[in-house]
Design a protein around this ligand. Structure first.
Ligand code: F0G
Length: 404
């Protein structure tokens, strides 16, 4: 486990573990692992540990023996035959990240990020969040015995996520603004030394999030799918998947890269707009709006990394309307018995759209990373589901409702 922290933009090495951007150019930071000892090793040797984030410890930049873990990762990869046939695809898988300890993929990054915070001797951790990051950080901070501060955009956090952040003992602050505003505030607090920042601009977070890609390839017995589709919000997760597979490619554990496809909501689509114009940089969206509140982000902090991941893999970016998201969410539930939150359903909506446009072909094997659990956002489910029928407590009354 030897690594360096370097600037994503200018390549300068950064030695101060508390910085969240490059001191010379302001660029994003990136962890570079020394993987030379792994070259030529058999990846199947890792299988003596259970499927999960820590199976891939040689690829993680923290000391596994002191890790704060809730046994994250090891989530199912569902072979969705009925949905595949609906979408006219030969093979479609859903990586069900809702099965993580706090119900989203954020736990993969948090086990590494909070372990790093302890290594650095921090006492208080913090983040801004559309909900899932705060739920996850609150839980891992509790496990680690650290103080925790989370900033949430007022009125726009799904109920399940809010309940989780409140439940684990974090100081929860609703900020009068959107996620982008809250992130600016918490970055300022981190700069002043009041807390250790655990948003995904902290390069240790994507290191843990790499494990979702490792697991997918491991679960497919080292066959690389043709396409991996992710929802894009603050844009670090698609970078994490890219980084993971680039690392395995570089040591010969896989022999090709999948195309990475990012899906955004139409009302919150800066990366998709940049992609459509072939640009490496993006224009922020001032007032992002979508039912998929997890990805209601106009100024994605890791946007430039996401665009690199998409371009380098000959990938694609698209956006889908709220209506398309909710329809895809219901379709996944009805056809496969899999419940995901709206942001996660954006992947399925994106595949539907790109199949119709011919950007994904029938014979390509596709994996949708469904990032969060259905129960994160019960309000949206109830608002859009069939109404509950009511009856007197006798069989006749119930039969009338069933058979009418
Ligand atoms: N899906 C879900 C369920 C999310 O919660 C998020 C991000 C994403 C996708 C997008 O991932 O930001 O790496 O592109 N949620 C963050 C949060 C912003 O605060 O919970 P990304």
């Amino acid at each position: 486990m030897s690594f360096k922290i370097k600037c994503f933009e200018c390549g300068a090495e950064v030695t101060d573990g508390f910085l969240d951007s490059c001191p010379s150019c302001g660029g994003l930071l990136n962890v570079e692992m020394d993987l030379s000892k792994l070259e030529g090793k058999d990846p199947r040797a890792l299988r003596n540990k259970p499927l999960g984030v820590w199976r891939y410890a040689p690829f993680l930049p923290v000391d596994q023996r002191k890790a704060i873990t809730l046994q994250e990762g090891g989530t199912p990869l569902y072979d969705c035959r009925a949905l595949a046939s609906e979408l006219d695809l030969d093979r479609l898988y859903v990586k069900y990240e809702g099965a993580n300890p706090t119900g989203s993929f954020k736990d993969r990054g948090m086990t590494v990020g909070v372990s790093r915070a302890l290594e650095l001797g921090c006492k208080v951790v913090g983040c801004a969040s559309t909900g899932n990051t705060s739920a996850s950080l609150a839980a891992y901070a509790a496990k680690a015995g650290l103080g925790c501060v989370v900033l949430l955009p007022s009125g726009k956090v799904a109920l399940g996520k809010l309940a989780q952040a409140m439940f684990y003992g974090a100081k929860v602050i609703s900020v009068d603004g959107n996620f982008d505003d809250a992130l600016n505030v918490v970055r300022q607090l981190a700069k002043e030394g009041h807390l250790y920042l655990l948003n995904s601009i902290n390069p240790f977070r994507p290191e843990g999030q790499k494990s979702v890609a490792f697991e997918i390839v491991d679960q497919l017995d080292f066959q690389v799918p043709d396409v991996i589709v992710l929802p894009v919000g603050n844009a670090a997760n698609i970078w994490a998947v890219y980084k993971a597979l680039t690392e395995w490619n570089s040591i010969g554990w896989i022999d090709k890269m999948p195309r990475l496809i990012g899906v955004q909501a139409t009302g919150s689509n800066p990366i998709t707009s940049a992609f459509r114009q072939g640009k490496k940089d993006f224009e922020p969206v001032d007032h992002p709006e979508t039912v998929a509140t997890a990805i209601r982000i106009g100024n994605p902090a890791s946007g430039r990394k996401a665009l690199k991941a998409i371009y380098d893999t000959n990938g694609y970016a698209t956006d889908v309307t709220d209506e398309e998201i909710l329809r895809a969410q219901r379709l996944l539930g009805k056809k496969e018995g899999v419940g995901v939150e709206p942001a996660s359903a954006a992947t399925v909506a994106g595949v539907l759209k790109l199949r119709a446009e011919g950007q994904i072909s029938k014979s390509e094997s596709v994996v949708c990373i469904c990032t969060g659990n259905l129960l994160k956002d019960p309000d949206t489910v109830i608002k859009n589901a069939n109404k509950v029928l009511t009856a007197k407590a006798n069989a006749e009354a119930v039969k009338r409702l069933i058979f009418s």
